[in-house]
Design a protein around this ligand. Sequence first.
Ligand SMILES: Cc1cc2nc3c(=O)[nH]c(=O)nc-3n(C[C@H](O)[C@H](O)[C@H](O)COP(=O)(O)OP(=O)(O)OC[C@H]3O[C@@H](n4cnc5c(N)ncnc54)[C@H](O)[C@@H]3O)c2cc1C
Length: 401
Amino acid sequence: MDLRFPDDVEAFRTEIRTQIADLMADADAHADPADLTGLAEDFERRLLRTAGDRGWLALHWPTEAGGTGRSLAHRAAFGREAAALDAPLVDTAVTLAGAPILRYGSPDQHAALLGPMVRGEVVGAIGYTEAQAGSDLSAIATTATRTPVDDPDAPWTIDGEKVLVTGAHKADWILIVARTDPDPAAAPRKAMSMFVVPLATPGVTVTRVRTANDWTLGTVHFEGVEVPADALLGEVGRGFAQMAAALADERSGFFWVGWAEQRLADLVDHVMAVGTDALALPAAVARDRLARCVTDVALARALALRVVDAQARGGDATVAASLSKVFVTETLQRLAATGVALLGPAGLLTAPLFGPVPADAPLRGRFAYDTVERLHPTLSVGANEIQRDTIATRGLGLPPG
Ligand SMILES: Cc1cc2nc3c(=O)[nH]c(=O)nc-3n(C[C@H](O)[C@H](O)[C@H](O)COP(=O)(O)OP(=O)(O)OC[C@H]3O[C@@H](n4cnc5c(N)ncnc54)[C@H](O)[C@@H]3O)c2cc1C
């Protein structure tokens, strides 16, 4: 299997890497450690608009939807480079919320939502998780009701709370799933619907909750929030299925490979520069640990390429995506641990992604930062235990339960 992208995609990758690096050149002057991206919102929004102008935000979308009609491999290559350079262009509205809007939205919703997204003018958030509904999203308790219940023109009233929402504090709107069937006996998978809710709507409150690396996730509370009938995305009762399809799309994430490859390259460069005698582990152990990382990163790339390939062929990439997600996210954890082990006590010095770094922190304190940061990808976007369930049941055909 060829582990490179096709030649034209490799050429594109090289070209955008230079362009993204230029745009990120003065990122340290715009640090905001309280944001997941590590960057101040005005800098991030400027970058997003530039990315929109250059057609990067919807690379693989059809031109009639505002995309550039490139391949999924182009999108993967872009995600890889954005991640490697820590550019806040990975979890864009287009990646997360754009796909379900493109797939399930009405022509009016396409006109109102997709254009601004593709141009990088808006930031969207995803609100699926609730305090009692994470891995098991069938437990979603947020409700959306309308009176009369079967009047398609009646406004909806939303009540409930979404938690762990990435970027909620700076988002313009949030895509949520809520229960729309008032019958408590209704099967949860057929009782939910999807809505796009502007976060400025009266009754919506966003609270920032601090995370271990000092940035924040959002709790979004809805109290008697009234939205018009056209806030509904797709069909009433199809929200769960739509959400499952959207999550599968997100799981193809080549950006994880970008982070893994960059960290490995940084670590190898460092070892070559200081020599193995300067490391905190004996040379033979250090070589062994590094070689394991090289193997892991190569395999992570191969698994992710397999997902891109399966998606490009229009086949079912579910199991391939689960395998890839499990492996690359656990590779990121092993890389962080290996870096800290090789660097020794100095490797424990940490710093935010951007801005000042302690003078004696090797490699910008990145491996200590990642030791905490890389805990969450094995949980978010569908916990790895749930992915393993998918591999066992759908991949191997073992009985569920
Ligand atoms: C950094 C970060 C960003 C996030 N961003 C968003 C966002 O933008 N929008 C959003 O909606 N959500 C977001 N989430 C939430 C994320 O999707 C959930 O954390 C995830 O779905 C797991 O749910 P939970 O946290 O409730 O954990 P739980 O579901 O309670 O799981 C806890 C543990 O139990 C295990 N477990 C649960 N069920 C099973 C099972 N059946 N078999 C085996 N093991 C099981 C899990 O694997 C996990 O290890 C984010 C989370 C994080 C950490």
